[in-house]
Design a protein. Structure first.
Length: 368
């Protein structure tokens, strides 16, 4: 008897419902509908407009109880708190803090069939993971910075030994599992910080160096965040795992995404020791919402990461295989080029791209 996993499904705002539905379709095609008990839950900016909260307590509790959480996207421009910050994004941010989802894993991979804006970069040349610390750093101050009489405002960057140690360890463990950087095959962890300027970042670097002692087989490398923006454009093939503070991770992951086809291609897995939250790294794209043209591949790939994480956690080889099927099908669709979404130069809508991914999986399974 195969297992059934409860998945909290939060469609959210903007293109969220469209890309979330696509990922649900893909995971069901990959693992079979009966593998999941899908529970749809409200959260986000539209829910805030209706109810005054972007994260209802029932949604939080259901997410906490679920085997994994799948999210579309959140946020509507102008839906803000009195302090000017966005309300809709409260859902994801609170999940990170309250479920202790400390590792934000963001693979940056140039897939076959996708043209990088970086000339000379071919599929396979860009294949690294940004590991973004997800519970502290500058984001730790969310909701508790100060605004003094509209004259002075502050937010505090927070680093703890526990927080840095665990993300650094994750980075080295991840590098061990991977095949090394495309350029030279070396297993490498690059610590991205501003250790030259701020104590907090110097501490981040120091703790990473301490953890590195346990991993002599992995090369330790450093980059200041500003310089990293240059290196990620000039020599993306040099990178394997980049570990960084929360806010820097947010910023550099958008740059990474655009080098491999854009935000639509960028999955994100936010994991703690017990829980996992999966979504694309992009926002709710209100400008194209409801038109059926959003690229669903980022969320579909996040769905694959969810199955892989669940499968490994529960020693479920069928689920790990299902994750690989999704990944393989995405590659096939991109290579074929017949159902490319507009952001990749094609004209296929969300449903057409999703159907092509599911068909590619059917073919894979028929051939096996
Ligand atoms: C991301 C997003 C979020 C972030 C927003 C939606 C809160 O940009 O996941 O990268 O800033 O972390
Ligand atoms: Mn971001």
């Amino acid at each position: 008897m195969s297992k059934t996993y409860e998945i909290a499904v939060v469609p959210g705002d903007g293109i969220g419902p469209e890309v979330c539905a696509a990922a649900v379709e893909a995971i069901c095609a990959a693992a079979g509908k009966s593998a999941f008990n899908l529970v749809e839950l409200p959260a986000g900016a539209a829910h805030f407009q209706k109810s005054g909260t972007a994260l209802p307590e029932e949604t939080f509790q259901a997410c906490k109880a679920a085997g994994a959480i799948l999210h579309g996207a959140a946020g509507i421009p102008g839906v803000v708190y009195p302090d000017g910050t966005e309300a809709g994004i409260e859902f994801g941010l609170q999940l990170r803090f309250r479920l202790d989802l400390y590792a934000n894993v963001r693979p940056i991979r140039l897939h076959p069939g996708v043209t990088s804006p970086l000339k000379d970069m071919k599929p396979g040349d860009i294949d690294y993971v940004i590991l973004r610390e997800n519970t502290e750093g500058l984001y730790a101050s969310r909701g508790s910075g100060t605004n003094l009489r509209d004259e002075v405002a502050t937010d505090t960057l927070v680093m703890t030994r526990k927080g840095v140690e665990r993300i650094a360890r994750k980075a080295f463990e991840l590098a061990r599992q991977r095949n090394g950087a495309p350029k030279d095959g070396k297993k490498r962890v690059t610590v991205c910080d501003k250790a030259n300027v701020l104590r907090s970042y110097a501490f981040f670097r120091k703790v990473c160096q301490e953890v590195a002692q346990d991993y002599p087989d992995v090369e330790l490398d450093y980059g200041y965040a500003d310089a990293m923006m240059v290196h990620m454009v000039r020599r993306p093939d040099f990178y394997d795992v980049i570990v960084t503070e929360n806010m820097f991770g947010d910023i550099i992951s958008d740059l990474g995404a655009v080098t491999v086809g854009g935000m639509g291609m960028s999955p994100s897995a936010e994991i703690g020791d017990e829980r996992g939250f999966f979504q694309a790294a992009h926002g709710s794209a209100p400008d194209i919402a409801g038109q059926g043209v959003a690229n669903p591949l980022g969320t579909i790939l996040a769905g694959a990461m969810m199955l892989e994480w669940l499968g490994e956690r529960h020693q479920d080889r069928a689920l790990v295989a299902a994750a690989k099927r999704i990944d393989g099908a995405v590659q096939t669709v991109l290579k074929d080029g017949e159902a490319l979404p507009p952001d990749l130069g094609g004209s296929a809508g969300t449903e057409k791209v999703t159907a092509a991914v599911c068909r590619a999986m059917d073919r894979q399974m028929a051939a096996a």
